[in-house]
Structure formats: structure tokens, C-alpha cells
Design a protein around this ligand. Sequence first.
Ligand code: UTP
Length: 294
Amino acid sequence: MKIRTAVIPVAGKGTRFLPATKQTPKELIPILKKPMIHYAVEEAVLSGIEQIVFVTSSGKTAIEDYFDRNLELESFLRNAGKSELADQMKELGTMIEVTSVRQKEQLGLGHAINCAKDLIKDEAFAVILGDDLVLNTKPVTKQLIEVSEANEGSSVIGVMEVPSEETYRYGIIEGKPHDNDPKTYLMSKMIEKPKPEDAPTNLATPGRYILRQEIFKYLDQIPRGVGGEYQLTDAINAMAAEMNVHAHIFEGDRFDTGSLEGYLNATVEFAMRDPAIKETMIKICKEKLNAYSN
Ligand code: UTP
């Protein structure tokens, strides 16, 4: 069955970016000229997704507005002779169908995904965490959809290799590689932030999932977990105990833009990859290095 919908939870408080996130949703903080969430939605569009469900909270309506048309702005730009920019704004407002649902209390990622249940109906869907950006020619969500299709529509968790000493920062999977595809694992379980000596693999789960709709049954059943929150990990583990769940080592460069370090890294990397500003970026970096080394 075609994966048509991506759920993007954006209801978190973004405390690591305070005070910027006091009034502005974290997801609208820009990397160069586009807000973080724009890259996540672009990934969905390029993966063949037709509908985005944002799981939002109060103060986040600007995200929906960002993906809507702004006719006043478009006509202002046209009247000012900036028709190319006006066309870009129109394209942005029509790039994908957007729906949203409120998460009234921030009770964790599992709870956030469960809020989208009534909008998903009986279909498998993608989950994209907008503060994990992955750059690759073939978008990571598309890679996972293909693995799901090759495995009878199973749920697929995107994973990446991390240094063994960093397993304590991530959800880590346990499983066995496929006979005919060493990058795809049949997952037995996920463990939250294990110490290196307790980690069964070094395969971490940065925030890309294809989930069969049965996940909602498990989300309804799980008790509150770590931190008193409903953990998506717990529901996926319950699912993996009863049906095949795969993990796939995706291709791409991943940036944790929910952290300041990852955000800075992404900003420099995206600038270096943009032919229009690469030279300026190199010049700035060289000047700063000269000024601040020693
Ligand atoms: P994070 O753990 O990064 O939390 O959530 P956060 O609130 O965004 O940021 P910090 O840690 O306070 O700085 C991971 C993803 O899950 C969503 C967040 O919006 C983010 O995209 N989330 C988390 C929800 O939508 N609801 C929740 O209850 C928890």
C-alpha cells in the first residue's frame, strides 16, 4: 500500500533553544533562508508523500501558516516586479496538503504520534522528526519506504551507525542483518540510551520511521515510560514482539538541529553546499580563524 502521509510532531517546547523559542516555534528557526521544518517537508514531498499531519501545540500556528498561501505577500511581490519571488511563495503555499492536530499536553513522542490516529485511518505512514535533518540525493524517507515495500509493508526504522562510546545519547536497536541486504536488520528491540557496554549494536535511531497502522493499538496499550512520558520506543518494542519490524541503515548526512552544536554544523554545511554563498562562507571562516586562533 502506498505511503501517503507523514506525521511531523512539532508540539515540543524546544527548551534547548530558549529564549529563541519563547515565542517562535523551534521548527521555524532558519538554517540559511529556510526554516528547519521546510527541509523536513521537502524531504516528504520528494519521497512521494501527499499529506503532512503536523502534531502541534499552542503557539505553533505559524507553522501551518508558513505552508499556506499568503496572497497579500504574493501580490505585493508581483506589484514590486519580483514575480520570481512571488512564484516561489506560491509554490511554497501549495507544495503539499497540510493538516494539523493538537497535542494538548506534552506527554511524549508516543503520545504525540497517537494524537494523529484519527487522521491516518487504516494506512501505514511515515514519521519525520523535523529537528533531525538528513541530506541525501535519495531522501531518507524514500529509502525507508522502499525497504518497507520490499518487506511486505513492514514497519521500518531508520538507523545510522554511531561511535560505540556515544550509544548513551540515542535509542539503539538490537537485531539480525538480513541475508540478502546487510543494511537491513530484522529488529528484536530498541533500547533507550544504553551505556556502551550494554549496547547490543551501534545502530542509532535519529527520527525517521515508517509505521504500520497497528502502531496505534500498541500506543494505546503502553504505560507511561521514561520521564513519565509515553515513549514511541515502547510501542515499537511491543509491535516488534508480535510482527516484523525492520531497521535500515540509511544513506545520508544527518544533523541534529535540535541541539546548538548540530544547528551550527548544519548551517555551515548547508552554506558550503550552496554555490551562491560557498565562497562567502569560506572567506568568513578564514577571517574568523585568523582573528581567533591563539
Ligand atoms: P525533543 O526531545 O527534541 O523535545 O522532541 P523538544 O521539546 O522539541 O526540544 P527540547 O529538548 O526541549 O529542546 C523530539 C520531537 O518530538 C516532538 C518535538 O516537537 C520534537 O519534534 N514532541 C516531543 C512532541 O511533539 N510532543 C511531545 O510531547 C514531545
